[in-house]
Design a protein around this ligand. Sequence first.
Ligand SMILES: C[S@@+](CC[C@H](N)C(=O)[O-])C[C@H]1O[C@@H](n2cnc3c(N)ncnc32)[C@H](O)[C@@H]1O
Length: 168
Amino acid sequence: MDSASIVFCPIGVIRTQHREPDSTPIQPAFAEDCEGRVEVFPAFIEGLSDLDGFSHVMLIYYWHQAGAPQLKVKPYLQDIERGVFATRKPCRPNPIGLSIVELIGVDKGALSFRGADMLDETPLLDIKPYIARFDCVQSTRDGWQGEVDEQTAAQRGRRETNTRGHPS
Ligand SMILES: C[S@@+](CC[C@H](N)C(=O)[O-])C[C@H]1O[C@@H](n2cnc3c(N)ncnc32)[C@H](O)[C@@H]1O
C-alpha cells in the first residue's frame, strides 16, 4: 500500500446543533447540554450491535471544515503559539477529531449522544466503545494546559463571551 494515499470512507454523519466553528464548544466536557445524533449508513448498521451496553463511545471523525494545515497554532485556551500536535486544533495535517461522548441510546442505525463538540454534518469515520479499564489514565502530566486556570478553561471552552461581546 502507498502510505501517501490512504483513503477512508465515512461510515455515517454526525448531526448537531452547531453551525459555526467559533461558537462550538471545544470539548465534550464543555458541551454537557449539547445533544447530537450519529446517523450510520445502512451498510454499517450491523456493526452497532452490542454497543448499547456502553455508557460512553469514542467518535472519530473528519474535520470537514478545517482550514489549511499549520504546524504552529494558538490553542483555544491560551494565546501563546504551540506546536499543533500539542493541541486539539483542527487545522492539522490529517484533520481527524476524537470525541468521547455519553451514549444516550442506539435505535436502529442512529446513536443519540450528549457532549457534541463538532459541527453539523461532520463525516464520521469510526466508533469505538470507551472502556475505562483501557482508556482511563490515573496519573498524567498535562503540559502547557497546567498553565490554564479552571475558570478560563470553562469560559473559553464553552465559548462564553465577555462583557464586550468578544470571546473571553
Ligand atoms: C478543539 S476541537 C476538539 C474536538 C475533539 N474533541 C478532539 O479533541 O479531537 C473542537 C473544535 O473544532 C471545531 N470543529 C468542530 N467540528 C468541525 C468540523 N467538522 N470542521 C472543522 N472544524 C470543526 C470547532 O471550532 C470546535 O470548537
